[in-house]
Write a protein that binds this ligand. Structure first.
Ligand code: SAM
Length: 284
């Protein structure tokens, strides 16, 4: 670019290809200079919802043709965009944040690469990363888990699978499901530090930390509104030095192995999945 960094007056045509453009997750001021530049100079914008992207373009005083696209749009729609990207500049945006990250675009980018179409990315807002930075949870290692499953069994199984991952876990969550997810986390990891980041970059941005049960109690009385990133701090080092078998055996007198494991996990901070395995052995 030959123009000043803070202006986007370059009118030279963009080279053909697919441009992945991140857009704000709430605060319009978070649009990057480069994103504005590419949206101004591209030939076509592929977007999840033309009304949502239309509002963004209007605020930026940009007028461009748009084509609705998501990964279920079908081969025909994808081929049309790929053909366009061979000859001209196609920008890919989602409703908010970074396309592809729990948003459409994966198949389009994957097929563009296979077809030898130039792909360029314009990084910018992403709720997962914004939430992590707000939370002050350990960030030297983190894992993004997308949306938690809505069905109870699938959610528990996924959480159990991730139980041993020594990293902060990041999930996208919806406000009506938050309390149930916190309860599911509490049943497995009562001692882990949790953060709920809500409405990031918007007027009512907040980040609340505590144990899963503390946060569940809070949001039960004050139902959360808006968009949410739910984060689970890494597992604590297990410091319990008592006789876990004795605790399990006692619990198994009145409880099923799964319940006994939950009870002992809560009391000791030990891993529930491991305790469950041991409870099944003791039961034999
Ligand atoms: N691709 C987007 C990104 O890069 O952030 C995420 C798209 S995903 C369909 C939408 C989810 O992201 C929401 O349900 C919420 O969990 C999270 N999210 C998006 N904006 C948010 C915000 N301002 N505050 C908190 N969470 C947000």
């Amino acid at each position: 670019m030959t123009h000043s960094l803070l202006t986007t007056s370059d009118k030279t045509p963009l080279s053909a290809g697919l441009y992945i453009v991140a857009t704000p997750i709430g605060n319009l001021g978070d649009i990057t200079i480069r994103a504005v530049d590419i949206l101004q100079r591209c030939d076509l914008i592929a977007c999840e919802d033309t009304r949502v992207t239309g509002k963004l373009l209007k605020a930026l005083d940009i007028s461009k043709p748009m084509q609705r696209y998501d990964d279920h749009s079908g081969e025909g729609a994808r081929q049309k965009l790929l053909d366009a990207a061979r000859e001209s500049a196609v920008a890919l945006v989602s409703d908010a944040g970074t396309p592809i990250i729990s948003d459409p675009g994966f198949r389009l980018v994957s097929e563009a690469r296979e077809a030898g179409v130039d792909v360029t990315t314009l990084p910018g807002p992403c709720a997962a990363i914004a939430g992590l930075t707000l939370s002050a949870l350990p960030n030297d290692r983190f894992m993004f888990g997308g949306f938690l499953p809505t069905k109870e069994k699938a959610r528990r199984e996924l959480l159990e699978e991730l139980g041993g991952v020594d990293a902060t876990l990041i999930f996208y969550e919806s406000s009506p499901r938050l309390v149930k997810s916190l309860a599911a986390i509490d049943a497995l990891w009562p001692a882990r530090e949790i953060a709920v980041a809500r409405e990031i970059t918007k007027l009512h941005e907040e980040c609340r930390k505590g144990s899963a049960s503390e946060l569940a109690a809070h949001y039960l009385t004050q139902p959360p509104k808006g968009e949410i990133v739910l984060m689970v701090g890494p597992p604590e080092e297990q410091t319990f030095e008592g006789d876990k078998d004795a605790l399990l055996a006692e619990a198994l007198k009145t409880l099923k192995p799964s319940q006994a494991a939950s009870q002992v996990a809560k009391a000791t901070g030990l891993d529930r999945k491991e305790l469950y395995g041991r409870a099944l052995e003791l039961k034999k």
